[in-house]
Design a binder for this molecule. Sequence first.
Ligand code: NAP
Length: 283
Amino acid sequence: MNIGIIGLGSIGASLAGDWRQAGHVVVGVSRRQSTCDLAIERGFIDRGSTDLEILTGLDVLVICTPIADILPTLARSIAVIDPETIVTDVGSVKEAIVAPATKIRSNFIGGHPMAGKATSGIEAAELGMFAGKPYVLTPLESTPQRAIDLLTQLAIDLNARLDLAAPTEHDRAVAWISHLPVMVSASLIDACTQEQDRSVLGLAQKLASSGFKDTSRVGGGNPELGMMMARYNQAAILDAIAIYRQQLDRLEQAISTNQWAEVTAILEHTQNARPDFVKVPIP
Ligand code: NAP
């Protein structure tokens, strides 16, 4: 296949590299020429440019810019790409994108490859990032079958786990397991920095090990991405935060009133529930 990628950052360049390794021809567009040059040097793409004009003769165009740029980028690129080119995106939210994108381009299909790193930009790109990870497609009833088939094949080429969902369902689900964790993890780091005793704070920073590394990872990631999750999935993330706050209040109440059986019951429930979400060891 001939694949075009716009936005050669952590997700765009990683996808490009994997698809190129799978035998596809990949052309890339990014904001800076230096990023395109690096993407060629590292073997992520065959050709690259800051100019959308390079995106002709494509089977599929994958928009991998920050969320706020996806629709404007789509609107600009349709003047250049062939009418039959399938267009998809990788945005972490889907409802705010899929309906308006489909109005602009009827053969658009929403997508979300669910892997990521705390760092951003092309320096964070790596091969094999999506293997074993979910790749969600969010087709509408009007989405052409060819778009679903083509993206299904590309997800298989990444060794990703394909899922189909409606955009709203996707956004509510990722609010729980991706967007809420970012806000919780960020609040955890923020709370720790409130320690007023400098020697205690210094000791905590020195002692922080695997538990803190796990729980703080997503809160220490790309601030722009976290803000966009909140901004473009506002209703679902607010619902999730409200329930989370209730759970924290319940724990606080039980701890402050010495209800140790209640604390144990809550932790037994969470111990049993976790494998329903985390089925395989995640590195
Ligand atoms: P990123 O690492 O910051 O990469 C985006 C890159 O796109 C930038 O480095 C920039 O490269 C380029 N760019 C920015 N605006 C552009 C524009 N208007 N036109 C062309 N290129 C542009 O971000 P990311 O983490 O890859 O995220 C990209 C998308 O993937 C977002 O929509 C996000 O929701 C989604 N996503 C992210 C994750 C994650 O965990 N990171 C996971 C799944 C999906 P230069 O300025 O260097 O050219």
